[in-house]
Structure formats: structure tokens, C-alpha cells
Design a protein around this ligand. Structure first.
Ligand code: GRG
Length: 295
């Protein structure tokens, strides 16, 4: 398997889906739709939507639903979270995906509304795209809403902001933040791929579990890169965590231990993925690559 080529194919499928499912920038409100497209079409690794596609491909289910709309919905929610996270009232950043953040390219109110609209669009795409199978649509909505809601993504973000402001974070507190701010959406992406392919519940649960491990590894690597890489390579401001005195896996556990924990989490994810049915080569290679990523 040529992993790079296989990845490119899936990223390109996701980008076509984004272009097709987002309102055109020419449609009123043109400013709002332009801002949504600006953030969604700024590049990005497309990790979460590619995970949706790759998980779905494991199951050769006759009549399986097209996972592409689910993949685009996940990327909409992820991108909304980045747009809002970059706002001055949150992480206050001016660079994202190698470009000025949405509130710098437009203005704060427009960025706020574009984030709101992307979140809402995700939950418009799912029931529309899967209207032929209401049970599937409901399961996808429940999975994505659960991961993005006040018990997971937003809980992680809230606790992250609190931890930053109090400068006190325990290893357990940090793990809560990472499991919810980062791992929840990665786990949901894998689970949604399985759900689209009508995988049995125990395999959807295995996908969720692999996503939890992969998500932790991904965030620890993010902490390591923030401490060791540079802004040009990352396409976002490097060194922010140390500057803000923020607790990260690097500051709490040290660089070597952070690298070891990331490796352990990633190996655990790969072990779960390899036990799944079908051809797991692409998914396993993707999971392995994330632990070694440089941006
Ligand atoms: C505002 C509700 C709300 C949540 C914000 C996503 C997030 C939570 C904050 C962004 C900061 C951060 C380090 C989040 C952890 C998850 C993470 C590493 C996001 C970046 O994901 P990538 O690297 O980004 O996949 P691209 O741009 O490649 O899609």
C-alpha cells in the first residue's frame, strides 16, 4: 500500500465533499458563507473526516451508507471549535492552518457567527444526507452531539480555560482535558465510520476505544510539538503553552515521559485497530503516523 497516495485520495474526497455541502459563498449572507468557507477550506490535516472514511471502509457491508456527509459534518464541528478557540476571549490566536485566524481575516463577530453556523450545519447535513435511514441519521447525530457537547468537547475546553487561569493542573485534570477536548471527537469520528457501515455495536465500541487512545496520543504529540517545533512548520503559533504557563503533558510529565506516553497510547490504539475485521492496514498506518507527525 502506498500510504501517502491512499491518504491523498481520501483527503481529496473530503475536500470535494466540503465544497459540495457548504453553502456557496455567493449565497446570502455572502460574508457569513465566505467566512465559513475561509476556515473550512484553509487546509488542515483532515484527520477526523479521513478517520470516518477509513473506519467505514473496514466493513464491506452491502448497501452501506456513504460516509462522506458524516465525514464533512465531523470536520464542520472540528473547524467551528478551532474558530471559536482562536477568538480573543479564548486562546486569542492570530494564525491557524497557516493563515490568519477567522477573526483576523474577517472580524470577531463574523468569526463567532461562522463558528455557530458550522456547528449548526453539521446537524443539518446529517439528517438530510441520511434521510433514507432515520435510525442511521439519529445514531450519527447522537454520536456527534455527544462528543461535541457539554460532557465532552466543551467540558474539555471549559476545564482547559479554568486550568490556564488558575495555573494549577494535576495529571488527572490534564487527562480529563485531553480526553474531552481532543480525544472525544477523534473517537466519535471512528465510531461514525463504523455506524455508517452498519457495524455491530461491539465493533463500534472498539472503534471508540481506539479513538480514545489515538486522541490522547494525538494531543500529547500536540503538546510536544508546541514545545519543540516552530510556527512555520506548525502553521499555528508555537511555544504558546510554555509562554502562557499552561499545564501540558510536557510541563507535567517532562518531554521524555510525554514521548513515552504518546507512544504507549498510539500502540494501544493500533493494537485495537488491528483486531478489527477487514483490511486495517490504512487505519493502522494512519494511527502510527500520527504519533510521529511533525505538524
Ligand atoms: C471552542 C468548544 C470549543 C472547543 C475548542 C479544538 C479546541 C477545543 C481547541 C483548539 C486547541 C487545541 C490544541 C485543541 C486540541 C485538539 C487539537 C490538537 C486540535 C487541532 O487539530 P488538528 O491538529 O488541526 O487536527 P487541523 O487544522 O489539522 O484540522
Amino acid at each position: 500500500m502506498d500510504f501517502a497516495e491512499e491518504l491523498k485520495l481520501r483527503v481529496s474526497r473530503v475536500e470535494d465533499g466540503i465544497d459540495r455541502l457548504l453553502p456557496p459563498a455567493s449565497e446570502p449572507s455572502t460574508r457569513l458563507h465566505a467566512a465559513m468557507r475561509y476556515s473550512m477550506q484553509a487546509g488542515g490535516k483532515r484527520l477526523r473526516p479521513v478517520l470516518v472514511l477509513a473506519a467505514s471502509e473496514l466493513f464491506d457491508a452491502p448497501g452501506a451508507a456513504d460516509p462522506l456527509p458524516a465525514a464533512v459534518a465531523v470536520e464542520c464541528v472540528h473547524t467551528y471549535s478551532l474558530v471559536h478557540d482562536d477568538l480573543p476571549c479564548m486562546d486569542d490566536d492570530s494564525l491557524r492552518r497557516g493563515r490568519p485566524t477567522a477573526h483576523k481575516a474577517f472580524d470577531e463577530a463574523t468569526a463567532l457567527l461562522a463558528g455557530d453556523a458550522l456547528l449548526t450545519l453539521a446537524f443539518e447535513i446529517l439528517p438530510r444526507a441520511y434521510s433514507g435511514s432515520p435510525a442511521l441519521a439519529a445514531a450519527l447525530v447522537a454520536e456527534l452531539a455527544g462528543a461535541a457537547g457539554s460532557r465532552r468537547l466543551i467540558a474539555g475546553q471549559m476545564e482547559d480555560l479554568i486550568a490556564e487561569r488558575s495555573a494549577a493542573s494535576t495529571p488527572d485534570g490534564l487527562r480529563f482535558i485531553h480526553e474531552n477536548k481532543t480525544a472525544a471527537m477523534i473517537a466519535a469520528a471512528l465510531a461514525m465510520g463504523g455506524i455508517c457501515a452498519d457495524a455491530p455495536d461491539f465493533l463500534v465500541e472498539a472503534l471508540r476505544a481506539a479513538g480514545g487512545q489515538l486522541g490522547l496520543a494525538f494531543q500529547i504529540v500536540d503538546d510536544i510539538l508546541d514545545a519543540t517545533s516552530d510556527t512555520a512548520t506548525l502553521g499555528k503559533t508555537a511555544g504558546k503553552d510554555a509562554k502562557a504557563g499552561k499545564a501540558t503533558y510536557v510541563s507535567v510529565h517532562g518531554l521524555d515521559a510525554a514521548r513515552r506516553i504518546a507512544r504507549e497510547r498510539s500502540e494501544s490504539a493500533v493494537a485495537i485497530l488491528r483486531r478489527l475485521p477487514g483490511d486495517t492496514a490504512f487505519l493502522a498506518a494512519l494511527a502510527e503516523g500520527l504519533a510521529k507527525r511533525t505538524h
